[in-house]
Design a protein around this ligand. Structure first.
Ligand SMILES: Nc1nc2c(ncn2[C@@H]2O[C@H](COP(=O)(O)OP(=O)(O)OP(=O)(O)O)[C@@H](O)[C@H]2O)c(=O)[nH]1
Ligand SMILES: [Mg+2]
Length: 194
């Protein structure tokens, strides 16, 4: 849920990178962090080292003000391993937008689906439905030799036809573009209610 800081004239949003274990969520966030050098940003914070959760916040230079307020984004990753469901549920609290990082490796399709179901359920628990949540999909690891066919991936893990991107987090390909899109969606959503 967005919150407004009247003193600094800022509106704050929360974006969560969600997806199966090892799909490239942390790598995506690290690239985004590196790429936002000139922006006003915090340090990268590791929440619980054993669960590999990271976050930072920044004010993207590419965005205009919204009703005279600057926008600050708090960007989080969740741990993807199945056993960390409690952490994921906690980190998703009050989320304004999701970047779903799918793994393109053919043997990860089941894991992608399990993660998508977990996202859906954890949002439902906060009375939010996935199809109303601003979201983009990254089909990550497109550089892999055994990357799944794009059309098949789309059909399987992007049923709501969210804006989607082919990405390679290790080189940064598509990462900033995906973030820009989710940021725009989040602001569009906010402007409807503000
Ligand atoms: N080939 C390839 N490897 C990638 C890509 N993105 C990430 N990796 C590698 O995949 C591994 C896992 O990446 P992470 O970013 O730690 O994955 P994660 O989603 O944060 O994993 P968890 O925190 O366990 O949920 C690392 O060895 C990365 O270097 C990619 O686009 N292509
Ligand atoms: Mg991680």
């Amino acid at each position: 849920m967005s919150f407004i800081n009247y003193q600094n004239k800022e509106v704050n949003f929360k974006i969560v990178y969600y997806g199966p274990a090892q799909s490239g969520k942390t790598t995506s966030l690290e690239f985004l962090f590196k790429k936002t050098k000139g922006d006003s940003k915090s340090k990268m914070i590791q929440q619980e080292s054993n669960e590999r959760t990271l976050f930072f916040d920044f004010m993207p230079l590419f965005l205009n003000e919204v009703n005279g307020f600057k926008t600050r984004f708090h960007v989080y990753t969740v741990p993807g391993q199945v056993l960390y469901e409690d952490s994921r549920r906690l980190i998703l609290k009050g989320v304004d937008g999701v970047v779903f990082v799918a793994d393109s490796a053919v043997d990860q399709m089941e894991a992608n689906l399990v993660a998508l179901e977990s996202l859906k359920k954890n949002l439902t628990d906060q009375s939010v439905s996935l199809d109303q949540m601003p979201m983009v999909v990254q089909y990550n690891k497109r550089d892999l030799k055994n990357a799944a066919n794009l059309a098949a991936l789309r059909k399987m893990i992007n049923p709501h036809q969210a804006p989607d991107f082919e990405t390679v987090a290790t080189s940064g390909e598509g990462i900033f573009e995906a973030f820009k899109e989710v940021a725009k969606e989040v602001i569009r959503d906010y402007a409807k209610t503000a």
